[in-house]
Write a protein that binds this ligand. Structure first.
Ligand code: ATP
Ligand code: MG
Length: 432
């Protein structure tokens, strides 16, 4: 391994752009006679001239030693123990250098006291708490561009894994042997695609070639961890390009198998792509987004097919939609666990699609005030954008929203409600 230290004159990182809290954490660790470096996404982004999302620190202090130094800290994780040091809304993540552990690693770690590392029969790392040095830590990270270290005391940059040239070449490369690293932790495959999409980098060829033979291993990842990863994949502002990467590498089937199968239908693909673009645009404009909306879109092709099946069986639309929602979510949960606080709104968005078909009466007039109306209405526009035939429902509800509550009630309880819509369709806004 080449030890590559880049002095301050040869890189563009300045302390000015590092969070004060991260600097505070590092200087306290130094004062305790520990090593401390800025690492991961923050160094990568500072080198790209982009403000980092958060600041991660790597140290040779154990989690317990870190926790002792900071009252405002908490040790979290089991598979991979780290310390969160909290300053108001900012959390600095402090990780202890990881060390080597091969087959002999278990042995070694037990010698060091404790059950620190565990691997499944297939090679999956169930626990990774064997500690080591900076050089060992570097090669245990996922991507070369994520394994650069910055010393805020000496202003030196450490690159042990060819990260800087890869950053320069805009290349996403897994550290070490791709198949071995993906086998240890299959989520790294998702991370490869996510960073390629987010940074607009190309995936280096051996890294890409390692994905197909390891893809199935994603089935071994607990659904709760896949939900965490799902949030990063689709709610970081790059959902649309990440989704295309997932399709290219055929990994969507390990997250949402039924959706992946339903994508043979062109409308389904258009709907999901539109939802992703919509979400990215909202994030770009600092508008709030919810995982429920994107999940509702991702699973709609499945739910809709189930709805039609239940309908064919003779169920009323509401009963059919309810049953279809329950089935779809239960099945999806086997792969990506969807917390109840999101499952409920997803079902409401879907069931609302039926309620929006009613154009007259007091109940219909009051729908606009329902807390789920906005999401359901946006969802209706998405369906139309994807080519679903709704007989102009979107335009109708667009217009209804321009009326005052009194006007709305008067016009909708008067009868049809659809009569006025044709003259004013020009007001309809397409979803962008
Ligand atoms: P961002 O925070 O901008 O999304 P990041 O690179 O900081 O990107 P995190 O998920 O915050 O990503 O992880 C911090 C660092 O921890 C990464 O840069 C990487 O070095 C390391 N890391 C995270 N997950 C893994 C993993 N599954 N395997 C190996 N190393 C990982
Ligand atoms: Mg980070």
């Amino acid at each position: 391994m080449r030890l590559n230290i880049i002095p301050r004159e040869q890189h563009c990182i300045s302390r000015k752009h590092i969070s004060d809290n991260a600097l505070k954490v590092m200087s306290r660790l130094h004062a305790g006679d520990y090593q401390a470096y800025l690492v991961g996404g923050a160094v990568r982004d500072l080198l790209r001239g982009v403000p980092p999302k958060d600041f991660d620190v790597a140290t040779d202090a154990t989690p317990e030693q870190v926790a002792e130094l900071f009252r405002n800290s908490r040790i979290i994780g089991r598979r991979f123990r780290i310390v969160h040091v909290r300053f108001g809304r900012e959390i600095i993540e402090v990780t202890t250098f990881r060390g080597h552990h091969s087959a002999a690693g278990n042995h070694e770690s037990s010698r060091r006291g404790g059950n620190r590392s565990r691997q499944s029969a297939s090679g999956l790392l169930l626990r990774d708490n064997v500690y080591g040095t900076l050089a060992e830590d570097a090669v245990r990270r996922d991507l070369t561009v994520n394994a650069l270290y910055y010393d805020a005391q000496t202003f030196e940059l450490f690159d042990h894994v060819h990260g800087l040239p890869d950053l320069e070449a805009r290349s996403i490369r897994i550290i070490g042997d791709p198949e071995k690293r993906f086998t240890e932790d299959p989520v790294r495959m998702l991370r490869v695609l996510r960073f390629a999409a987010k940074l607009d980098f190309t995936i280096e060829e051996h890294t890409a070639a390692g994905i197909p033979p390891c893809a199935r291993l994603l089935l071994e990842i607990p659904p709760a961890r896949l939900f965490d990863e799902f949030l990063k994949l689709f709610l970081s502002g790059f959902a649309a390009t990440t989704f295309e990467q997932l399709l290219t590498f055929d990994l969507l089937r390990y997250l949402f198998p039924d959706t992946s199968a339903a994508l043979r239908e062109e409308n389904a693909l258009t709907l999901i792509r539109a939802a992703m673009e919509n979400t990215d645009a909202r994030i770009g404009n600092n508008k709030p987004v919810t995982p429920a909306f994107i999940l509702a879109a991702l699973l709609w092709p499945v739910a809709h097919q189930a709805f039609l099946r239940y309908g064919d069986r003779g169920d009323s639309p509401m009963v059919a939609m309810h049953a279809a929602s329950m089935d779809t979510l239960a099945e999806a949960n086997r792969h990506v666990s969807i917390p109840r606080r999101f499952a409920q709104p997803i079902r409401e968005i879907w069931e609302f699609q039926l309620r929006l078909q009613r154009k007259s009466g007091r109940k219909a007039a009051e729908l606009v005030d329902h807390r789920r109306f906005r999401a359901a209405y946006d969802f209706l526009l998405l369906r139309e954008q994807a080519g679903e035939k709704t007989d102009g429902l979107g335009a109708f509800w667009t217009e209804v929203q321009t009326l005052s509550p009194q006007q709305r009630l008067a016009s909708m309880s008067a009868g049809k409600g659809g009569g006025r819509r044709r003259s004013r369709t020009s007001r309809t806004r397409p979803v962008s």
